[in-house]
Design a protein around this ligand. Sequence first.
Ligand code: FPP
Length: 247
Amino acid sequence: MQDIINQIDKTALPKHIAIIMDGNGRWAKNKGLPRIEGHQKGADVVEEITEAARETGIKYLTLYAFSKENWNRPTDETKALMFLLFDFLQNKKIKMLKNGIRLNAIGDLGQLPEEVLACLNHTIKETSVGKEMVLTLALSYGARDEIIRAIKSVADELALKKISSDHLDETLFSQHLDTHDMPDPDLIIRTSGEMRISNFLLWQGAYSEFIFMKPCWPEFSRELFLQCLIDYQARERRFGMTSEQLD
Ligand code: FPP
């Protein structure tokens, strides 16, 4: 059987794909398993999709791994998620190095437990030589929080007269966001059938294409990921223009 990857036009790939990995809990519940087993299976899928994205030639993959609002979950679950993250950072570093993956993180990282933050910073530093793909984990991330932090940073520069308000435009503002060193996502995927953005990349997603799919994150796979790329390539992105102008 022909690999579905051959149906993808390598000259028209999205540069940046962002994913809302939703449905771990429901997947586990449907199987009569504890929620944490859904997260564990979800962590395996993170590895599979990272590999599929790199193999396809995607340059930026961003995964919504833990939202600011997720801190309100029961402590047992937040602790288990932090443990899974720590485990992932420790055990996948060698593979990331081997595959040229540079790890990055966005969000209010100061809220992470000390040992997780130390391990995250260590892995980011060690993998900084990676040239194949940037894997960004959104951790303790909320888009509104990110925008407020960016506004504070701009306000500080205005107060110090490093910039003047005449210079403030979309490009300058973007440089104060956590995502300052990456392009906006071309495609945002959400699993589990929910159709909302949940405070994810609100500024950056202004012109993203969206794919909402039924399978829960633990059921997501290389094949479904590649199918998303095929769907994306069938779309026309007009950025406010007409089809005729694009021709
Ligand atoms: C949403 O499902 C998922 C999360 C809140 C956590 C995502 C975490 C992982 C995929 C595993 C760990 C990550 C890494 C990077 C190792 P949910 O729990 O909200 O599902 P539900 O809506 O069905 O309850």
